[in-house]
Design a protein around this ligand. Structure first.
Ligand code: NAI
Length: 259
């Protein structure tokens, strides 16, 4: 899919990766870019820069996601590309409260389902449309210190995979964006283990670099979009010898804490 002339929604578009995507889509000549975010002020700031439309929305509220789609269609016509990108990344293991697990589940997984339910009928009727879901390298591998994040990002990849198989013959493209660490506010969680946070910071790329890789991935209509190409290699190693990969991850965890 080429970006020029397209109507595109980006959730979580007020900051970080979503804001970089929105700016890049506008620069590449999209017809309309809708910047959707729970932080309405952030959405407005980005939208005003790119002559887009800001919508304040909580993506874990299905009715609000349906309204986002209607608002977009009223303003720009049918949606060509829906980037379901908003996400949260709380640090913590299985001890996290049930409420916290439910919240991340609603945002990192259910929001993708709400988006797909809202846009797919029109896309299927037209025989074309593109769903981009931001998952994470944690959806293919695992994220040290973040159980719920890893689990929900795996679920997001599984959903994207299922939709790619189910709707691919009907003109629908699906991609799963799986970056490793990107220099955004998400990495500033003060509750993060300091050793892991320092290790994470060594390997970050900028959101604009992610946007470059996304545009190339969309042009190729590639399912897995990997801004850090080595993640594809790690994924292969995991599939080839799971136990060896697990031992490698445990060693990495030990090394980070001993450093
Ligand atoms: P960010 O924190 O800079 O941006 C996330 C945006 O989502 C914020 O503007 C926030 O207001 C919005 N948001 C949060 N909850 C929302 C909700 N319920 N409804 C609507 N908007 C909501 O973080 P970043 O890094 O740009 O994250 C974007 C996506 O990329 C997330 O899905 C994240 O999990 C994923 N990701 C981030 C990585 C990183 O290292 N920063 C690595 C891999 C994936």
């Amino acid at each position: 899919m080429e970006i020029a002339g397209r109507t595109i929604v980006v959730t979580g578009g007020g900051n970080g990766i979503g804001a970089a995507l929105a700016r890049r889509f506008a620069a590449d000549g999209a017809r309309g870019v809708v910047v959707a975010d729970i932080d309405g002020d952030a959405a407005s700031t980005v939208a005003s820069e790119i002559d887009g439309l800001a919508v304040a929305v909580d993506v874990s509220d299905e009715v609000a996601v349906q309204a986002l789609v209607s608002t977009t269609e009223d303003r720009f016509g049918p949606i060509d590309l829906f980037c379901s990108n908003a996400g949260i990344g709380p640090i913590g293991g299985i001890e996290m409260s049930n409420e916290a697990w439910q919240e991340i589940w609603n945002i990192n997984l259910m929001a993708h389902i709400y988006a797909a339910r809202a846009v797919l009928p029109s896309m299927l009727e037209r025989g074309e449309g593109y769903l981009l879901q931001t998952s994470s390298a944690a959806g293919l591998l695992t994220n040290l210190g973040a159980a719920a994040y890893s689990v929900t990002k795996h679920a997001a990849v599984a959903l994207a995979e299922w939709m790619a198989v189910t709707y691919g013959d009907q003109g629908i493209n699906v991609s799963a964006l799986c970056p490793q660490f990107v220099n955004t506010a998400m990495l500033d969680d003060p509750s993060a283990d300091p050793a892991i946070a320092a290790w994470v910071r060594q390997g970050t790329i900028e959101p604009e670099e992610v946007a470059d890789v996304v545009v190339a991935g969309l042009a190729d209509e590639r399912f897995l979009i990997l801004p850090h190409p080595e993640i594809g290699e790690f994924f292969l190693r995991k599939a080839t010898d799971y136990d060896r990969w697990l031992e490698g991850m445990r060693r990495l965890q030990r090394q980070i804490h001993e450093a």
